[in-house]
Ligand binder design. Structure first.
Ligand code: ADP
Ligand code: MG
Length: 704
């Protein structure tokens, strides 16, 4: 009997060398790690093809036959081992460039083999490079007496190039898991209470884990997948919901019951427009939280331009009217400064002092702000990460607002909690709408408010896809808008990995624009410029001193220049959908028709074409986010990597398993409803398992 925590090195067929590879390449250290290293797909090996049936575009297939002859051929890097393989209906060449030594000393002619691989047809000849090959009846190198051919659904495991070079390919991993499963001659202990298994008709853990690696038929494979996905999501949800309920029970909130003089003065005398119905509802939801005596932890979702800033200001006024301070954290200095100006402008002559704290605020100015903050003379502090530094002390912080939240890590959010004796109310505002399933996992412990209505009078932005080659049309469009007194953004990608090339593209583009529009002033901003320089350029654009702004995505979030009516995005194929939506949201902020022009080469992948089409067809941020998640999967979504939470998911997929996720959340609620004290014996198994899981996931603790 082996143990789950046993070093993988001691598993039969591993040894120190392979153990090191498994560890370094896949993070597999113990037998248990291997057990939960699940296949990423399954290949149907139930059918055996005839060589005469092979044609040019077949997927992976299986053949049965014999090796007629084999030899080394070619020179230098092209040197390879080639075996002529036949089943009586034809001949294929099996080719190895790597691992030659092993195959050369282990093959025999004229014994039956099963061969599995992807055939290539080349001038009438068929070859299969690096096939899997197994003797049909000879089990000498397989202690378990089972060969590849026994499995109708052969699992495929992800491995790396390095591993493949050392013979640790998918097939080898399959053999290891097989060995491991055979060694566990007792059933694996159950990890969910039986009443949950019954309630949702799930198979046992033992059956699931064995069948995920070694499915005997398609149905049991589906059941194994469902059970393991559920379990994974269930523990994420249980952790989140338990934490949420505990927090509600444990943490008192700063009581902000009063709707006072400042709020009313602002609402009745300073507000330049009527709030939308959605804004009113959201302000009421926030106020209800703030007066409840419990700490608010609320996520505010709203599409670009929905008017989240105003909601943030009104929530701040509620805090201030109740003797508290508020702070707003933004991800960039540009945004923080813009918030400062917006708020000061909107507050007019109200006796509210708003100050800015960023990395660029230094010396005397900084120490004055810190002093006035601590004495309570500053009512609202706006800033970047600088706000969470330890020496930034408030007199009484009642509300902390995090704008464009995905750029803040979990740990940073947690730091805000410590800024007041009673933890401040937290309002997280997302720049980009998040699909429901993702929100449930990432922010599953937050209450959610949604602004699902745009301020009246906005004309939907018209989105156009144009090709590089028809650039003159593009310039005509831009010129027409500028002649009417409007302004244009031209955005270039700037990705760290190709920074130099990207910067050159931007510089070239800038020069071209200057030549093309000699009558215009053209500005330029990118992330490599000093904050002060960027600020100057942004300011010029905001004041209409420049008519065209050539920029990178530094302008992506939040920047507000209502007179701009054209957004040109160069190399649009290189941006994510959510990013494109954010960028597009920089125009259409005035009453006139605005345009977003997505420029790509003529030849683009069909997937890219799909993404561009989604942008052309829809201006609904929530819909776009859903589509983005579907197309790219959660791993690639901006900001999810740093979330450090649910994305170590090994089998569930947030984009595809929405239904199971909902089930998991319901189940977690059900458990907590029935066992609020967490002391029912049938749930012991749950809490033990949760403790075990939490050991490995550092960030699972405090997430808001
Ligand atoms: P976002 O939700 O993207 O942060 P903002 O708060 O920047 O949006 O608001 C976008 C623009 O809409 C701003 O110019 C703001 O003044 C304006 N705005 C906000 N609420 C309303 C409203 N109820 N009626 C009209 N304009 C509004
Ligand atoms: Mg905003």
């Amino acid at each position: 009997m082996i143990q789950l925590n046993q070093d993988i090195k001691y598993l039969q067929g591993v040894g120190p060398k392979r153990a090191e590879l498994l560890n370094k390449e896949l993070g597999i250290k113990t037998v248990g790690d291997l057990l939960t290293y699940y296949p990423y797909k399954y290949v149907d090996k139930s059918k055996i093809y005839k060589i005469s049936e092979i044609n040019g575009n077949m997927p992976y297939i299986q053949l049965k036959g014999e090796i007629l002859s084999a030899d080394m051929v070619g020179e230098g890097r092209g040197r390879r081992f080639v075996a002529r393989f036949s089943d009586g209906t034809g001949v294929v060449e099996l080719v190895w460039f790597q691992g030659v030594k092993y195959i050369k000393s282990n093959y025999s002619t004229h014994v039956p083999y099963l061969v599995f691989g992807k055939p290539n047809v080349f001038g009438g000849r068929v070859n299969i490079a690096h096939p899997e090959i197994e003797p049909l009846s000879n089990n000498s190198d397989n202690p378990n007496g089972k060969s590849v051919g026994d499995v109708p659904f052969a699992p495929a495991y992800n491995t790396t190039e390095k591993m493949k070079k050392s013979g640790l390919n998918s097939h080898a991993l399959h053999k290891l898991t097989q060995t491991m499963l055979e060694l566990f001659d007792q059933p694996f202990p159950e990890t969910l209470p039986s009443y949950l298994l019954e309630r949702y008709h799930f198979i046992s853990y033992d059956s699931a884990i064995r069948n995920i690696h070694y499915p005997t038929d398609a149905r049991i494979l589906r059941e194994a997948q469902a059970r393991l996905k559920f379990e994974e999501l269930f523990y994420v949800q249980l952790n989140l919901l338990r934490y949420m309920r505990e927090r509600i029970r444990k943490y008192k909130g700063v009581v902000c019951a009063k709707v006072g003089a400042n709020f009313n003065d602002f609402y009745f005398n300073h507000l330049k427009f009527e709030l939308t119905g959605a804004q009113k509802r959201v302000v009421r939801e926030i106020h209800a939280d703030m007066k409840s005596g419990r700490q608010m932890n609320r996520l505010l979702q709203g599409d670009v331009g929905a008017g989240k800033t105003l909601v943030a200001l009104m929530a701040s006024l509620i805090a201030i009217d109740n003797g508290c301070q508020a702070c707003i954290m933004a991800p960039t200095e540009i945004l923080a400064e813009q918030h400062l100006q917006t708020l000061r402008h909107q507050l007019g002559d109200l006796p509210i002092r708003v100050e800015l704290l960023t990395g660029s605020v230094k010396g005397k100015k900084r120490s004055k702000i810190l002093t006035d903050l601590q004495s309570g003379e500053i009512n609202i502090l706006i800033g970047t990460h600088a706000i969470i530094e330890d020496n930034v002390l408030f007199q009484k912080l009642g509300l902390a607002i995090i704008d464009e939240q995905h750029r803040f890590g979990v740990a940073q959010r947690a730091k805000l909690w410590g800024k007041n004796e009673t933890p401040p109310h937290i309002l997280v505002m997302t720049a980009t709408p998040i699909p429901r399933t993702l929100a449930m996992t990432l922010y599953g412990d937050l209450d959610v408010s949604v602004i699902d209505e745009l301020p009246p009078g906005r004309k939907p932005i018209s989105t156009i896809h144009m090709f590089d080659a028809t650039r003159h049309q593009l310039y005509n469009k831009v010129r027409k808008e500028i002649e009417q007194g409007r302004q244009a953004y031209i955005v270039y990608p700037l990705i760290k990995e190709s920074e130099k090339i990207d910067l050159k593209n931007l510089e070239d583009g800038y020069e071209q624009i200057c030549k093309e529009f000699p009558e215009c002033n053209v500005g330029k901003v990118h992330g490599k410029m000093k904050p002060a320089e960027k600020e100057v350029e942004m300011q010029k654009f905001a004041n209409s001193e420049t008519q065209i702004l050539v920029a990178t995505t530094v302008i992506e979030v939040g920047v507000n220049v209502p007179n701009a009516s054209v957004m040109v995005i160069e190399n649009a194929e290189r941006f994510g959908l959510s990013q494109l939506h954010q960028l597009r949201g920089r125009v259409g902020r005035g009453a006139d028709q605005s345009y977003c022009i997505l420029v790509t080469k003529y030849e683009i992948a069909s997937e890219t074409r799909k993404r561009i089409q989604i942008m052309v067809d829809s201006t609904d941020g929530f819909e776009i986010a859903e589509q983005d998640l579907k197309l790219r999967g959660p791993g690639d979504l901006e900001g999810t990597q740093q979330s450090g939470m649910a994305f170590d998911l090994k089998i569930a997929n947030i984009a595809k398993d929405g239904q199971i996720l909902q089930l998991a959340r319901d189940a977690a609620s059900y458990v907590l409803d029935n066992d609020p004290q967490q002391n029912l014996p049938q749930n012991d198994i749950l809490w033990a398992r949760l403790r075990e899981l939490r050991k490995n996931i550092i960030d699972w603790g405090v997430i808001s």
